[in-house]
Design a protein around this ligand. Structure first.
Ligand SMILES: [Zn+2]
Ligand SMILES: [Zn+2]
Length: 270
């Protein structure tokens, strides 16, 4: 089976190692045939600067990807960006990232969400029912924007969820139903499988992917799913993606890595 990974970071985000070429070489070694870069987007106002490239580094990132596209026979390289769904920057994503820098795709994400007028990180204290609803609505808005090729780790709320609840179920359904309606793939993120597990209720679980989320997702026949490594080191360019694929297979989820690769490489800029 061919291997595609659409979720890859670089040292520019300050919490990953390796540069574009390191990941391309690792991809060839790990039999990955389609490699999409999706480093954390910079913001014109410099927000969340500690975990992303600066605006000044964007040309270097785009140029390195452009060079890599012709440098590695046998490897299809795609340029993308992982974008926090900040409504006031959707024009920047569209006009600058996709337009001016000719990136091939954007991955939508929310590591933080707006709650009572403030951006609140998912990583932190236990998430409340109200906060789950706010997060779900904003992920649905990201899906409905039509800007994103897929939504990265929609179940990231698992990092601060303590005990499954009706609110967690409602949050899951809001996200999945928006994804089904818009036919935007949701990502099973294998990086979560490489992170330490947490105690929750009687047992231990991955912070994400959240099995309960994907069991609910499996109830929806038309849901599209991508499995990605979310590589933060070249050796993880395939990472635990087989495990993510196995979860999808077990739950009879419809994995579309092949179709997404065909779609994105067909429209890819060279
Ligand atoms: Zn990251
Ligand atoms: Zn990521």
């Amino acid at each position: 089976m061919s291997r595609q990974n659409f979720h890859t970071h670089t040292r520019l985000c300050k919490h990953a190692s390796g540069w574009i070429d390191d990941y391309c070489q690792a991809a060839l070694a790990q039999k990955v045939s389609v490699l999409g870069f999706s480093d954390h987007t910079p913001f014109p106002d410099g927000r969340w600067f500690g975990v992303r490239m600066s605006l000044e580094e964007l040309p270097e990132y785009a140029a390195a990807i452009r060079q890599a596209k012709t440098a590695y026979p046998g490897l299809a390289v795609l340029g993308g960006m992982e974008c926090e769904h900040v409504p006031e920057y959707l024009d920047f994503f569209r006009d600058t990232l996709l337009g001016q820098f000719e990136l091939d795709y954007l991955a939508g994400t929310l590591h933080s969400y707006q709650y009572r007028g403030k951006w609140t990180a998912l990583y932190g204290s236990a998430i409340t029912d109200d906060q789950l609803a706010a997060y779900a609505d904003q992920v649905a808005a990201a899906i409905n924007s039509g800007l994103y090729a897929f939504i990265a780790h929609p179940d990231l709320f698992g990092v601060s969820l303590r005990g499954w609840s009706p609110a967690a179920e409602a949050c899951s359904r809001t996200i999945v139903e928006a994804a089904v309606a818009g036919q935007v793939p949701l990502e099973i993120n294998a990086y979560g499988l490489r992170k330490k597990t947490i105690a929750d209720g009687d047992g231990c679980r991955h912070q994400y992917p959240l099995r309960r989320f994907w069991e609910i997702a499996a109830e929806y026949g038309r849901l599209l799913v991508v499995a990605n490594s979310d590589a933060h080191a070249p050796e993880d360019v395939w990472g635990n993606t087989d495990d993510a694929m196995n979860l999808a297979r077990e739950l009879h989820l419809h994995v579309v890595n092949d179709a997404l690769a065909a779609h994105l490489t067909a429209s890819s800029t060279h």
